[in-house]
Design a binder for this molecule. Structure first.
Ligand code: FES
Length: 193
């Protein structure tokens, strides 16, 4: 028995014209949907990109300048850079000699004092004040604090000892205290970062 194909009610109007209206209408709907999507993505993308740009206060902290004039020989200060402590130490000649007397090949993290300081300014030791074991802040900056067995810094969390060049000498820390990127702007000013 022959069956009669029923017209699709959804295409009723589309088929009422020259037969191509259905295709055109669907194309229009698809294009409209895609266009809306693109506009939507554009509208969402702008604030996202805007949010990804660092705010002005973060940019300001990207680098800091430190005046060294008040750090006497043998003293150190703790600065803050990118929300982390930085130790700036004015080494005595005896501390420089102590660091240079060490056989670098026998160190866990083999660096000389010269490699960790700027040329002609070996007395200025600038390191992050963050233990390379699990991130505690070592002691030894303030006069009278424990400087550890090697006269540098001591991390009380698990007993890491750093020497006068900030190099790991004893304890669980795997590497030397990190020397951040810094430069001398003049004889008594450094910029960190
Ligand atoms: S965090 Fe410094 S020794 Fe563990």
């Amino acid at each position: 028995m022959a069956t009669v194909e029923q017209p699709d009610p959804l295409l009723k109007e589309d088929n009422a014209g020259d037969g191509n209206d259905g295709v055109r209408r669907r194309d229009f709907l698809d294009i409209a949907a895609v266009s809306f999507g693109v506009v939507g993505v554009g509208a969402v993308a702008f604030p996202l990109v805007n949010q990804m740009a660092p705010p002005a206060d973060v940019m300001a902290l990207a680098s800091i300048e430190v005046d060294l004039t008040n750090i006497a020989e043998g003293q150190a200060i703790k600065a803050s850079w990118r929300k982390q402590p930085v130790f700036i130490r004015n080494l005595t000649q005896a501390e420089i000699d102590e660091a240079n007397a060490v056989d670098v090949s026998g160190l866990r993290d083999k660096e000389s004092l010269a490699e960790r300081t700027k040329e002609g300014k070996a007395n200025w030791l600038v390191t992050m004040g963050v233990c390379t074991h699990l991130g505690c802040v070592p002691t030894g900056v303030v006069t009278g604090e424990n400087k550890g067995d090697y006269n540098g810094y001591f991390c009380p969390c698990h007993g890491s000892h750093y020497d006068t060049a900030g190099r790991i000498r004893k304890g669980p820390a795997p590497t030397n205290l990190v020397v951040p990127e810094f430069e001398f702007l003049d004889d008594s000013t450094i910029r960190i970062g």
